[in-house]
Design a binder for this molecule. Sequence first.
Ligand code: TNX
Length: 638
Amino acid sequence: MRNILSLFTLLFLTVAGWSQQIQIIPQPVSIQVGKGSFRISKKTVIAAKDEADRKTAQLFNAYLKQVYGLELDIDHQEGKNYIRLSTKKFIKAPDKDAYSLTVTADGISIDGDTYAGTFYGIQTLIQLLPVHAGVPLTIPFVTIEDYPQFSYRGMHLDVSRHFFPVPFIKKYIDYLVLHKLNFFHWHLTDDQGWRIEIKKYPRLTEAGGVRNGTIIGRYPGTGNDNLRYGGFYTQEEIKEIVHYATDRHITVVPEIEMPGHASAAIAAYPRLSCFPDEETIIPSHPSEASKNSTGKKVQETWGVFEDVFCAGKDSTFFFLQDVLDEVIALFPSSYVHIGGDESPKANWKRCPNCQARIKQEGLKDEHELQSYFIQRIEKHLNAKGKIAIGWDEILEGGLAPNAWVMSWRGEAGGIEAAKQKHNVIMTPGSHVYFDHSQTRNEDSVVIGGYTPIEKVYSYQPIPKELDSVHSKYIMGAQANLWTEYIKNWSKVEYMIFPRMSALSEVLWSPGSKKNWKDFERRLTQQFKRYDLWRVNYSKAYYDVDISLLPTPNNYGIQLKAASKRKDGSIQIQRKNLKPTRYYKPIILTKSETISVSYNKGNQTITKSKFILNFNKTTGKKAIISTAPNERYPGQPGA
Ligand code: TNX
């Protein structure tokens, strides 16, 4: 009996162990765990018949080689011991990119409804592999059925404010792939640099691609670094990226900003401005080079600038159409993003050409002129078979007939557009701006805003305000990475990870499968995968919350530290003392610098320093001579 019992326990523990290993982000639609496991070895053959599946097989093989140092044979037929990729010729749900993945004693089968589906199956298989290299590649018996909830699952990258060369863009695409995202929104032009080669207008990159310097620190900054800063992608490089993305089932959406955020284009071709002879104003800390020269310049600071494309001159439209024609030829995607955000109307108000246009076209005001601008460009794109996407400002003055709206100033624009039966991509600043900090203890310069991973995870792309008829216009969502304060690649990674994991689950997994507690369990495993991929992810998840309160008898203050995580311990380090584990509030009676860290085993996960300065009133009883408003009594009470 005892033996049977322990056998039973062993079996139970093993099954529990196997299911423990299955920690996939984004959570699949259904997972059934069996008993036993299959081991990928040198003898395992990847079988794939179709050209597209063979491509996927090669990419998987490249992953195995890079991460585990293992390279497999790829064949048309499976024998015993296989990883078989096949994409069905009859398609169950073509818009769903569904796949199933089955692991048995003989091998692994991945069957996609579409080639993209099969490719997603491989991404899931990657997450079934060990999180450490150098161990057997054992995979539990499992059957997974899976498909995405939203058809648009995107990440954006601003390469204007700071430029990231081709190898990094490829890396970014790799990250999207590993998270089953399928749209890369490439923000190629802005006030601080034009980054895409346009053959007809070489000055766009020659002059518009370089700025004389950049402000130092957070806007308005403390000075200018006076370093010439530039970079752009040649058309060959653009093609290379698009090819790279297409192989990985990622659609690249190029963005060419108009009519605002146009300083770089105007610096290259001043006639695009309503006032070609007016000098560019650099509102804070211009570089020495810019101070010592006149004329139009590429911006050196951040924000919104009045010198926008002139809507009064037909030549502006001809120029933009030429640019878009070259862009269209480079990007096979059906979508072109044309910006439309933050375009001040001041220049148009005082421009005789713009005012004449308003009269001629019977427009009410400059907002309708903006709408005229976008509609005219949209018509050009539609005629070439392309769909225009714009930021939510394109609603103002009337939406272009077929445009998709990207809702960034909250969800209101998206709701309005969906009600008008326009397709919508949600990118609200409140939940998916990855340029906001994800920790309260950020020690690098960031733009502001606080968007921790919990907040991203809580996001629901379909707003409650929409009924079932209109909610189908919500195509999905996207996180944006504006790079004013992101100068290098490790910061890119630090800002996107681990929030991208939360985003992927928001967009891929069924609402019924979303569960923060369970996500946390899988996230801990995902951190190990990040380590395996050598990405620089933020440890904000382990932040220790500090609160300060007066002692009951007012002789000092008590410092309380708390962590939501239970898998480690809090350590406190005070001057001249050994670090000690935190158990209860610490009483302080004089100024001190304290380090607080979160530790797991003997590893420090996060550490922050607090400088506490005492003055005569610190911790003392305060007497308030005027009673506070009852709605704002303070903490705790008056
Ligand atoms: C607003 S979001 C912008 C960008 C800035 C960003 C900073 C949007 C359409 N425009 O130009 O980089 O805020 O968070």
